[in-house]
Design a protein around this ligand. Structure first.
Ligand SMILES: [Zn+2]
Length: 91
């Protein structure tokens, strides 16, 4: 992921985490392994950072879909369609 200069400045000024740190936390969040402090840190970042917020939503949808697929061996068509659309919009 490219360095976000604005994010870097914000981090220096306000002690906010970087997008790189955010993507590390995102893995923990989607795996349900983030601590309360990490969760707070992460939520604070995506509240201000739209690209990270969108990445998180997409990541969550995909993990959700995989989970649904594993549990029910079947994924609703509208869910697949909405994820396809999100991937298209992001690309
Ligand atoms: Zn970010």
């Amino acid at each position: 992921m490219a360095t976000n200069p604005l994010g870097w400045i914000k981090q220096k000024l306000f002690g906010q985490i970087s997008c790189q740190r955010c993507s590390e936390l995102m893995q923990l969040m989607t795996d349900g392994q983030a601590s309360a402090a990490e969760e707070k840190e992460f939520n604070k970042h995506i509240y201000d950072c739209l690209p990270c917020y969108e990445t998180y939503q997409l990541d969550k949808s995909i993990k959700e879909m995989l989970r649904t697929k594993l549990e029910k061996k079947q994924v609703p068509d509208d869910l697949i369609e909405s994820i396809r659309k999100k991937i298209r919009d992001t690309a």
